[in-house]
Design a protein around this ligand. Structure first.
Ligand code: HEC
Ligand code: HEC
Ligand code: HEC
Ligand code: HEC
Ligand code: HEC
Ligand code: HEC
Ligand code: HEC
Ligand code: HEC
Length: 444
């Protein structure tokens, strides 16, 4: 009897070992992430993720000291030298200047593009705080790079479209996202514009939400007269900017308060962990508002989420019913498969909603699934970001879009008829082996 027990245990152990080996293999390709075998890096990737991909130019030979770098680069890249001269690095109090070789190395045939580790040599506090975000999981700045490269749609789309992903998701792999090179100015990072280069666009309209809020309006009205050299602590600013709220006291952590996270799935806002996070939010607001006022505004956000999720759940159920009736057209299995996704190839199934794998909702789906994606990914997230930031106009507009989408999806569903599917032309030749699909496969 006991001996038989050993069989499932051994099978499970072998399964775990095989799974680990498979993940190691899948990350071992020329690219990065879970689909590293499906794409090849271009030279530009060296700037987004220098640790992995940067290779020095070899056109100039020799070792140089800081003065020589500046002499030559004053003619070659005058903007860089001018920014550096204006930065604290060129004349820090109580120490020698931080020159070009401190960050890039002195050997011009073996230049480095500085990763966070390079900055950590002198800024351990910011670097450690930044890395500590990993414990909060997704989303967070520290994990942003793997989040992008581990997504299926990262390799499903042509490379020309996905290179841009890393421009934003490189917030994890270099430190010049908010205080840009070579000025490295803390004052720049305190302003909302430092964040909105990335925090904008339909899935995360944080810029729209902030600038439509009372806080953003106050910033627009008189932010130009605020003293930006002051750190982001209580008493220094009349109204908050992104970093004031999300990087409290200048701490390099944005993920420690996030209750609803990206807004893509329903959460229970009342868990013990979320109570702790809520308290952290209230402490931020209490720099300027009554704590009771802040608590009430956060409760309002929870109510907005509850209403929106009720509608989204209804829409999701309708999609599941259609899947049950095999009514999608074209169906999973009739579309280009996801590379490396064995399960999708063997057991094709339409994936609906966050928990079944959001990638499928992006591209390569039937029209009604795409409509579901747009309401869930764009309108829902606009409603969340509007409510989170006190932008009533954005919430109203997004709720109107959600209602309109529900009606449109219902109307479309009525025209789809599962039984008629067999009579339709087989879409596989077009989808599985079309020009677009072939081009993607060959050019990633
Ligand atoms: C004699 C002139 C000269 C000197 C001295 C010099 N550089 Fe350069 N540097 C160049 C040229 C030319 C390029 C462009 C090379 C290319 O694109 O092939 C360049 C490019 C660079 C780049 C960009 C590399 C890339 O991949 O984008 C960095 C960084 C750089 N230099 C840093 C330094 C540092 C640090 C020093 C001092 C240790 C230095 N340079 C000294 C001429 C010089
Ligand atoms: C405090 C660190 C630091 C110092 C000092 C520094 N750099 Fe850089 N440099 C960076 C970072 C960060 C990047 C961007 C890396 C990336 O894109 O991955 C960069 C990129 C570059 C690039 C390539 C990208 C571009 O914009 O063309 C050049 C060229 C360059 N630096 C030249 C210089 C020169 C010349 C000096 C000295 C005047 C200098 N750097 C001093 C941090 C530094
Ligand atoms: C060799 C040490 C050294 C390295 C490497 C270094 N820094 Fe600095 N950094 C300094 C010093 C010194 C100061 C000035 C501190 C002060 O003013 O008290 C400074 C100041 C700063 C400031 C504040 C500027 C302001 O406006 O107050 C920022 C931001 C900054 N560094 C970012 C970076 C980043 C990002 C990197 C990596 C790309 C980096 N530093 C690499 C030494 C370094
Ligand atoms: C270079 C692009 C870039 C810049 C600049 C940037 N972010 Fe982000 N941020 C991202 C990306 C990408 C993610 C999502 C990471 C992921 O998928 O896990 C993110 C995630 C976040 C999150 C979500 C964390 C969570 O747990 O929900 C917050 C909050 C945030 N950023 C705030 C800021 C603030 C505040 C600023 C400006 C001070 C800023 N970001 C600047 C790219 C950027
Ligand atoms: C304009 C900058 C930008 C671009 C371009 C961009 N992202 Fe993002 N991405 C973000 C920000 C900001 C967030 C998270 C914001 C939040 O929490 O609201 C995010 C979130 C995500 C998330 C979900 C985060 C999570 O952890 O749940 C994934 C996955 C993702 N991005 C992948 C990609 C891929 C793949 C691409 C390219 C097709 C891409 N992104 C292009 C800025 C960008
Ligand atoms: C999401 C935006 C963002 C990113 C990414 C970021 N910083 Fe900062 N950084 C800020 C803000 C905002 C401030 C100003 C904080 C304040 O006012 O107290 C700042 C200030 C600093 C300062 C000056 C601190 C002081 O007290 O003068 C240093 C040094 C610094 N950052 C280093 C880093 C390093 C190293 C990294 C990479 C690990 C990094 N930063 C990445 C937003 C960012
Ligand atoms: C008054 C403080 C405040 C300001 C200013 C602010 N936010 Fe937020 N932000 C919030 C609150 C509160 C939430 C909801 C957080 C939650 O669900 O726990 C939020 C949510 C977010 C999220 C979703 C991730 C998360 O932490 O839950 C991102 C990303 C974000 N804000 C970015 C920004 C950006 C970018 C700006 C500036 C353009 C900005 N915020 C300005 C308070 C602020
Ligand atoms: C640095 C100061 C500061 C912080 C921090 C701050 N606020 Fe505000 N807030 C203001 C100012 C100033 C106004 C505009 C004057 C007013 O209406 O009270 C404002 C206005 C508002 C309004 C619109 C006013 C109304 O009655 O509808 C809301 C909502 C709001 N804040 C919520 C928050 C929340 C929630 C937080 C924390 C996540 C927060 N604020 C953090 C300064 C701040």
């Amino acid at each position: 009897m006991r001996r038989w027990l050993a069989v499932p245990v051994l099978v499970a152990l072998a399964g775990i070992a095989a799974g680990t080996a498979y993940v190691d293999w899948s990350k071992g390709g020329e690219g990065a992430g879970l689909y590293s075998h499906e794409w090849r890096p271009e030279p530009v990737h060296g700037y987004w993720d220098p640790d992995r991909f940067y290779q020095s130019v070899g056109t100039v030979e020799g070792r140089f000291d800081a003065g020589q770098c500046i002499d030559c680069h004053s003619a070659l890249t005058p903007g860089i030298v001018a920014d550096w001269r204006e930065s604290r690095h060129s004349a820090p109090p109580r120490r020698a200047p931080v020159g070009c070789p401190d960050c890039h190395g002195a050997d011009h045939k073996a230049l480095a593009m500085p990763t966070p580790k390079v900055c950590a040599r002198c800024h351990a506090e910011q670097h450690d705080a930044f890395l500590s975000e990993r414990k909060y999981g997704f989303p967070s700045h520290a994990l942003a790079m793997e989040r992008a490269t581990d997504s299926k749609h990262y390799v499903d789309k042509p490379k020309a479209e996905t290179s841009a992903c890393l421009q934003c998701h490189s917030v994890a792999t270099k430190c010049d996202s908010c205080h840009t090179r070579h000025r490295f100015d803390a004052a720049e990072a305190r302003r909302p514009e430092a964040c909105t280069t990335c925090h904008s666009g339909p899935p995360h309209p944080d810029d729209e939400a902030y600038f439509a809020s009372a806080h953003g309006q106050r910033y627009l009205a008189d932010g130009s007269s605020w003293d930006w050299s002051k750190p982001l602590v209580r008493g220094n600013y009349p109204a908050p900017t992104c970093a004031y709220c999300h990087m409290r006291n200048g701490r390099h952590v944005v993920a420690d308060k996030s209750i609803w996270q990206f807004g893509l799935r329903q959460v229970n806002p009342g868990t013990a962990e979320n109570q702790v996070k809520r308290q952290r939010w209230i402490e931020v607001c209490a720099d300027c508002h009554d704590a009771g006022f802040a608590r009430e505004r956060l409760a309002e956000l929870d109510r907005e989420r509850a209403v929106t999720w009720k509608t989204l759940d209804r829409i999701e159920r309708r999609l599941r019913d259609l899947r049950g009736a095999r009514a999608f057209y074209p169906r999973a299995g009739e579309r280009p498969p996801y590379p490396s996704d064995l399960i999708d190839t063997l057991l094709p199934s339409e994936r609906i909603g966050f928990h079944e794998g959001q990638a499928s909702a992006f591209y390569n789906v039937s029209p009604i699934e795409r409509d579901h994606f747009e309401v869930w990914y764009f309108a829902n997230l606009a409603a969340y970001k509007g409510a989170a930031h006190g932008a009533g106009s954005l919430v109203g507009e997004a709720h109107a879009r959600i209602s309109a989408a529900e009606r449109a999806i219902a109307a479309q569903a009525a025209t789809l008829d599962g039984r008629a599917a067999g009579a339709r032309p087989d879409p596989s030749p077009l989808w599985l082996d079309g020009e677009y699909t072939r081009h993607n496969r060959e050019n990633n």
